[in-house]
Ligand binder design. Structure first.
Ligand SMILES: [Zn+2]
Length: 118
């Protein structure tokens, strides 16, 4: 029963990925045989993770022909993210508030020390 896990491990050498996390907006590189980065994978509900795992077929990332079942699950995952985690997508890039210009506060006091003692 561990064949699939072994396959994924065998195809997940550190480094040579070129495949990114399926979480919208996440650019983390992950092994092609994996859905996404660890952080986002575990953000998904357990039931969804199980469905992805069950639908995944070893080799689909090579043939580029995932099963219809996998595609259906992938759609459900996208829908779940949109419904449950969408605010997250925008939280990473908050608008930077521009501080109000505060410049004519100090004016040079020229001549203050130009006293003539004499
Ligand atoms: Zn990710």
């Amino acid at each position: 029963m561990t064949a699939k896990a072994d396959y994924v491990r065998a195809h997940a050498p550190a480094g040579a990925f070129g495949h990114t996390c399926h979480w919208p907006g996440c650019a983390a590189e992950v092994p092609p045989a994996m859905w996404g980065c660890k952080a986002h994978w575990y953000r998904l509900p357990f039931a969804l993770r199980q469905r992805i795992w069950r639908a995944y077929e070893p080799g689909q990332e090579i043939t580029k022909r995932p099963s219809a079942q996998y595609l259906a699950v992938a759609k459900d995952v996208e829908a779940w993210i949109a419904a449950n985690a969408a605010p997250d997508l925008f939280a990473s890039a908050p608008p930077a508030p521009q501080p109000a210009a505060d410049q004519d506060h100090h004016t040079a006091h020229r001549g203050a020390f130009e006293r003539e003692d004499g």
